[in-house]
Design a protein around this ligand. Structure first.
Ligand SMILES: *Cc1c(COP(=O)(O)O)cnc(C)c1O
Length: 500
């Protein structure tokens, strides 16, 4: 960087100036300029999707930067290092994860949220943001197809949303069966074993939620999937029947609408019917696939999501928001009952009677950012149609990438894309080395700093399951750029083979 940015008027007093209030802008403006300059400088120094080199080398640089004694330059220096040391999802060759490049308008809106710091645990900390979140959730509930009785909350992401869905399921289903309030009495020790049914390709947060809820990870019954990693509805039906015949209690079916690795969408209507038949809750994990609801072309893939008892959506995936922008929705607000809380200092009954609403009882958290704001600004700026075009562009790009894989003799496509991601692998001349070569070539690309490609494994046991993954979330990437990325994969595969 050509100049070391300094705090305006220097010194500790300036560093302690507040961002909010009428006078904050004067101090904030040059600091934001410092950040913007440092972002550009850091990205220019990186020159690719990720810094070349080893984790050790970058780690040492971070440690040195933290040990630097100069205070005035800390903001610019550390921002430049953060930018240099980032895997930047705005780079076309950074395409591993559901890690989106945020929209500029959302980042700007996020600055407003950070400066004002509304906290949604009480109206008197977030007067406008409280209403804004409520209205945004009504809009998102309509997008899902829920009626007017829906409710929801902004979350840190799919992990928290999945936990909430399974918590409400536990409290409702076990509460109904035992005649006790589970949130007060705890999980009954002697009652039939509670079970959750989720596909083998469901997100691991489902199991973790079962552990946190006192049901144990083993309460999650893995339901077999087909080749595309979609839940097999006949296998679900058998698993439910077997469980009931063992005297267990099905608490929830978790259907995934868009698995993390392949975008597979479980048969939602069948899952809903089977859950209903057994008195179980249906949670739809649409953390990834919920973005399809923005696109006229892809929305039909989520047919049946409106039958869910609860849904997870992540706007920090197909929604182009800064993390966190998770959304949790329930179809019937009354199923939220076990989370309701009265805290004398936050939502006293007399305040609520006097017309001061509170979102406290909708969240697991107390202090909570106004993440609804960036989503609302984005939706008002682009509209559902504008966002839908971005989703369609990424979907097209995934198909272009899959076609390029299919056309290449050294690449093997696992299955056609459903949403914006696909699995594939490099075919080495010795098939026995496929797993090692694919895993190694991905680390080689990271070391070179030339590409960030995903790596996963197909469900099951044994060798031959390692797959590479491209997740296309940058709507401005071109098919030619995806082809170049795939050529880089092939070159890295050859280099890896030569080295073995
Ligand atoms: C990303 C993802 C999650 C986890 O969401 P976070 O926002 O990372 O907590 C859960 N389920 C699916 C299907 C996902 O793709």
């Amino acid at each position: 960087m050509s100049r070391e940015p300094e705090l305006p008027d220097g010194g500790p007093e300036a560093a302690a100036t507040l961002a909010g209030g009428g006078g904050g802008a004067a101090v904030l403006e040059p600091l934001v300029r410092t950040v913007l300059d440092a972002l550009a400088a850091g990205a220019a120094r990186r020159g690719g999707p990720v810094p070349a080199g080893s984790p050790e080398g970058l780690g040492a640089e971070v440690a040195r930067a933290l040990a630097h004694p100069d205070r005035g330059g800390a903001l610019g220096r550390l921002t430049a290092l953060l930018a240099y040391g980032s895997a930047d999802p705005a780079e076309p060759s950074c395409a591993a994860h559901l890690h989106c490049p945020p929209l500029a308008v959302a980042v700007a809106a996020d600055l407003a949220v950070s400066a004002l710091n509304p906290s949604l645990d009480s109206w008197d900390q977030a007067p406008a943001a409280t209403t804004l979140e409520t209205l945004l959730l009504e809009e998102l509930a309509r997008l899902v197809g829920f009626g007017s009785g829906a409710a929801g909350v902004l979350t840190s992401g799919g992990t928290e949303s999945n936990l909430m869905g399974l918590m409400l399921a536990r409290d409702l289903v076990l509460g109904r069966a035992s005649g006790r309030r589970i949130e007060l009495a705890g999980v009954p020790g002697t009652a039939p074993r509670a079970r959750i049914f989720a596909s083998e390709a469901a997100h691991f947060s489902t199991r973790r939620a079962a552990a946190l809820l006192g049901l144990g990870e083993d309460a999650v019954v893995p339901v077999p999937v087909d080749r595309e990693l979609r839940m097999d509805p006949r296998a679900l039906s058998e698993a439910l029947r077997d469980s009931v015949s063992r005297g267990e209690r099905p608490v929830a079916v978790v259907a995934t609408a868009g698995t993390t690795d392949t975008g597979a969408i479980d048969p939602l209507r069948e899952c809903a019917a089977q859950a209903a038949e057994h008195g179980a809750w249906l949670h739809v994990d649409a953390a990834y696939g919920g973005g399809a609801l923005l696109s006229d072309r892809l929305a039909p893939l989520l047919d049946g999501v409106e039958l869910a008892d609860s849904v997870s959506l992540d706007w920090h995936k197909l929604g182009w928001q800064p993390i966190p922008a998770g959304v949790f929705l329930v179809r019937r607000a009354e199923t939220y009952a076990s989370l309701a809380r009265r805290a004398a200092y936050l939502n006293p009954a007399d305040d609520e009677e006097a017309g001061y609403p509170s979102l406290l009882g909708l969240s697991l958290r107390t202090s909570r950012r106004a993440d609804a704001f960036t989503i609302a600004v984005t939706l008002r700026t682009l509209g559902r149609d504008g966002l839908g075009r971005l989703v369609d562009a990424c979907h097209d790009l995934a198909h272009a990438g899959a076609a390029a894989v299919r056309a290449h003799p050294r690449l093997d496509l696992h299955a056609d894309p459903v949403l914006t991601t696909f699995l594939f692998r490099y075919l080495p001349s010795d098939p026995a080395r496929a797993d090692r070569v694919n895993a190694g070539l991905r680390r080689r690309l990271l070391r070179e700093g030339t590409a960030v490609v995903g790596r996963t494994e197909l469900p099951g046991e044994g060798p031959g399951r390692v797959r590479l993954k491209l997740t296309l979330l940058n709507p401005h990437t071109t098919p030619a750029e995806v082809e170049r990325l795939l050529q880089g994969v092939v070159a890295a595969g050859k280099a890896e083979e030569d080295q073995l």
